[in-house]
Design a protein around this ligand. Sequence first.
Ligand SMILES: Cc1cc2nc3c(=O)[nH]c(=O)nc-3n(C[C@H](O)[C@H](O)[C@H](O)COP(=O)(O)OP(=O)(O)OC[C@H]3O[C@@H](n4cnc5c(N)ncnc54)[C@H](O)[C@@H]3O)c2cc1C
Length: 385
Amino acid sequence: MDADIIVIGASPAGMMAARNAFLKGANVILIDKKARLGHPPHPANTFFKGMFDKTGEKISKEYIIKELKGAHIVAPSGEEVIIETPGYILNRTKFDEYYEKKLRNTGLNLLMGIEAYNVLKTDNIFSVSTSSGVLHSKIVIVSDGINSKIAGLLGLKTMKYPNDIGWAMEADVEANGIGESDMFEYYVGSVAPGWKSTYSPRGGDSATLGVYVRRHGTDVSKFFDAWVEKFKRIKGLDEIKIIQRYVGGDPIVSIPNQIVADGIMITGGAAGHSGIGYSMRAGQICGDVAAEAVEKGDVSAKTLSEYKKQWNREFRTEYYLGRIALETLRKMTDSEINKLMETFKTQDLSFLHGSSFDKAMQVFLFMLKKNPTSLLSYRALFRNK
Ligand SMILES: Cc1cc2nc3c(=O)[nH]c(=O)nc-3n(C[C@H](O)[C@H](O)[C@H](O)COP(=O)(O)OP(=O)(O)OC[C@H]3O[C@@H](n4cnc5c(N)ncnc54)[C@H](O)[C@@H]3O)c2cc1C
């Protein structure tokens, strides 16, 4: 046996799973096929405080490029809903290196430049075949990202709605003063067919523009090019220079499904956990449960399903409410979105508090009071689209 637990993929979730399991006493090996973490950087480079606080981790200036005051949600009419909440633009390479250093300081065995090819089980021992030979363990944690090859080989349907992955193209761009704003912007409706377009200011002349598209295939470059043109018109910019493009998938509405089997746990994008903060928290739960199972000497699916139960307690309602909201938005017409936004325009939403369900109820009551007919916009959810 090489380790109690082998973690495949040093994604944010994988790093947290490995660290938590190791700190709880398990013998852990974390492998990643990249030669160096953060090289090339993952495109995910923004988070909001509320989301990251779920991890219990401190935010460090070491990897922050710019602090944001919040986000604007922009309707096709140009009306905006303003959400004031601290946000952070990351240097993603430095973020990954920060966590790599923290992990190495614990004494955890992190092996870079090793790719897992397959996972086989014989007599309750896993053999992970890799580019550097075969490694053996009692548990395998799979955190190899949204296109998880290993979860596929294991025959697991890790997401309930895999067809709803948001396929994305983002690019670092440059233009005069484009990075100076301190608000993130989400655009919805026809400017972002299928889901959303984003603008993320990085300071000075630098920003990130992105499109996230669902149900239009994985090549979303046409949507991206259209977004850049539209953005130029909105901001009155003559020229935007594309520095570097990134592509990938975001599983935000895919909903985690089969994320545990005998001796196997899936976490992060591979499990339909979306966003840096949410993925990290899922990884923490995963690592804690894995270490407890090793200590008990029982790595059955029944024992490991405590991971799914805990995740359900913390996030299930929020993920389902998010899915309902984003599906409704995807199916709404521009004029329905404009009307809905009108209800929230100039409204300070800081009164929202409590659990995600409580917040959804508060939004419902607010709409009922301010503009009851706006609730009709939710009919869109039942459209066959
Ligand atoms: C374009 C884009 C922008 C996004 N922006 C944001 C954002 O700003 N903020 C946010 O919170 N979320 C963002 N997201 C969502 C975010 O990507 C994910 O939720 C989050 O980063 C989770 O990462 P992951 O689990 O998918 O794994 P990844 O970060 O993709 O990590 C997987 C790791 O596994 C390794 N690996 C893969 N296969 C193997 C193998 N066989 N053997 C060994 N190692 C392997 C890879 O090298 C990699 O290091 C964005 C998504 C996309 C597509």
